[in-house]
Design a protein around this ligand. Sequence first.
Ligand code: ADP
Length: 366
Amino acid sequence: KKKIAVMTSGGDAPGMNPAVRAVVRAGIYYGCDVFAVYEGYEGLVKGGDLLRPIGWEDVRSYLSLGGTAIGTARCAEFRERAGRLQGAYNMIVNGIDALIVCGGDGSLTGADLFRSEWPSLVDELVSTRRLTAKQVEPYRHLTIVGLVGSIDNDMSSTDATIGAYSSLARITELVDYLDATAQSHSRAFVVEVMGRHCGWLGLMAGVATGADCIFIPERPPPADQWASELKKVCSRHREKGRRQTTVIIAEGAIDNQLNPITAENVKDVLVDLGLDTRITTLGHVQRGGTAVAYDRLLATQQGVDAVRAVLELTPADPSPMIGIAENKVVRRPLMEAVKFTKEVAKSIDARDFDRAMQLRDSTFAE
Ligand code: ADP
């Protein structure tokens, strides 16, 4: 009987619970034993109670549960070979040789490294007499399947990561709240959203709420001009009768000389314009709460396919990442996706940005 372990790792994202539920139940449906690894890679390294069977009933109510109930953590030990060796030991003594990881690019990179090292880890367990050759024989190969759980939508080779649309919905709702009070008092709000490297959330929230201006890492404005441009745009909107000003800024916003642009910087410009300006950092509420329907569906479909992939893959296949493209669940080589994400970043269509700005810009109405 195939034994599969499922884990969530890295930053939590809404939809991770539905993903775990799908893996557990699809695994059982296909006749496997399913284990949960608690607290991300920490559970793999520590083993014991952090690596134990999980059943059909254990994941009841997971569809509407935010965060990740099996826990997640950053685990320094797993970055070292000794930690991964311990992880291999804990898996083999439990009879597990397939791991489905729901996490970001860091977690998935770790998983793929674990797989490529696996044969040598197994050899080391035998040569150091922690396990016998007979014990390790059925576990010569490790199967890894990745599910991308990330609110940032920051992975290439998939249209959406699990959690991104939930976070976007939350941000949109919160900016609407701010807009209402901004309008009442004719105030300006600078709203900082998550996104250190990827501005998808900021851009899409800006489009969805009709922000006056958006600052994201992928679109660095000219260092010597952005402040005057911002003033121009915002005062034009005010002249046209807009009673509020909303600027959305991603955490990782920079100018074209790579200087950070902070919410404080933006506020200073708006204050200079004479606007009563407040900064709102949305923070961790962006990660919280229950997943939107789309993320539940994505997690469910992808979780089921992850189990199928485990059963279908051969040792010669590269580890897959389960993605979605044109509404179809797809399998893509995991390390190619990670490499492409690192080198090129997930491409944000710059035209989206321009279009968003145009719809805000009343000069186009003239
Ligand atoms: P994310 O998965 O959200 O990108 P991290 O980059 O923090 O988050 O990775 C989560 C965990 O995955 C780390 O704490 C570490 O245990 C493991 N990990 C990340 N990168 C590697 C790596 N290159 N080698 C081994 N393990 C890694």
